[in-house]
Design a protein around this ligand. Structure first.
Ligand SMILES: [Zn+2]
Length: 240
């Protein structure tokens, strides 16, 4: 059955059908890239009526079909007869509440980024020019127990001022203007973690000098990049 035929049979709008399909495609990518294993992670998108489509509890997110997604309101209540949503839905809802500009949220367990939190290595350190110019850095949220309100509360302060978060001993949260944008930031986050991992294996990691960081942020302004940047807004920056 084509997506159009499925949408027609289920009574979905074009927008709902497109978002359901895109969430499944992003799930395949996250699984293929090793950002999730087993039934890890959750992927969501906000619809134009303010509801949220999200991957269901307990499913393998790399093998989902569009009809298997949960459709919830901003309190996390299922609004159709579909599957129940993940216990980690609170991560997504707090992100949408704090950031009206955000339309997609990905929560994954990228191994290198999580490993750096175990080792106490801060991903806010300014080392990669591309990261400094775009997202700035990647703040770490304090540990929150999964399955409790601690988890969304642990990221609330950071998602207000950052599109990328690593959660202590747990995973990542990336926010985007659409699903691909949130995936791009997840990809950048884990790539940065791999570089930091490799560098720590062979030597001492030194941050770029403050004047170099200032020049890169000046380049960002000249390029007209207006996305959220944690070095510009001093989000999650640890005081020395
Ligand atoms: Zn998780």
């Amino acid at each position: 059955m084509s997506l159009e035929e499925l949408a027609h049979s289920r009574g979905w709008s074009d927008e709902i059908a497109r978002l359901r399909h895109s969430i499944c495609e992003i799930g395949k990518l996250c699984y293929a890239k090793g950002f999730i294993v087993g039934a890890d992670g959750n992927i969501s998108a906000r619809t134009s009526d303010g509801t949220v489509l999200i991957t269901p509890a307990g499913a393998m997110k790399g093998f989902l079909q569009p009809e298997q997604l949960a459709h919830v309101d901003m309190q996390g209540r299922v609004i159709d007869n579909g599957p129940r949503c993940s216990t980690e839905t609170g991560i997504h809802l707090v992100s949408y509440r704090e950031r009206p500009d955000v339309q997609a949220v990905l929560h994954c367990h990228p191994p290198h980024a999580v490993a750096l939190t175990l080792a106490g290595i801060d991903m806010q350190i300014p080392v990669i020019p591309e990261i400094i110019v775009t997202i700035g850095g990647i703040p770490t949220a304090p540990f929150g127990t999964p399955g409790t309100d601690e988890l969304p509360e642990s990221i609330r302060a950071i998602v207000k001022c950052s599109d990328t978060v690593v959660m202590q001993n747990h995973g990542s949260v990336t926010l985007g203007s659409n699903l691909l944008d949130a995936f791009k930031k997840l990809d950048m986050l884990e790539h940065t973690a791999k570089i930091l991992w490799l560098a720590h294996c062979v030597g001492t990691v030194k941050p770029l000098a403050p004047e170099e960081v200032a020049k890169l942020l000046d380049t960002r302004r000249k390029l007209g990049i207006r996305s959220v940047n944690t070095l510009e807004n001093q989000c999650g920056v640890k005081k020395p």
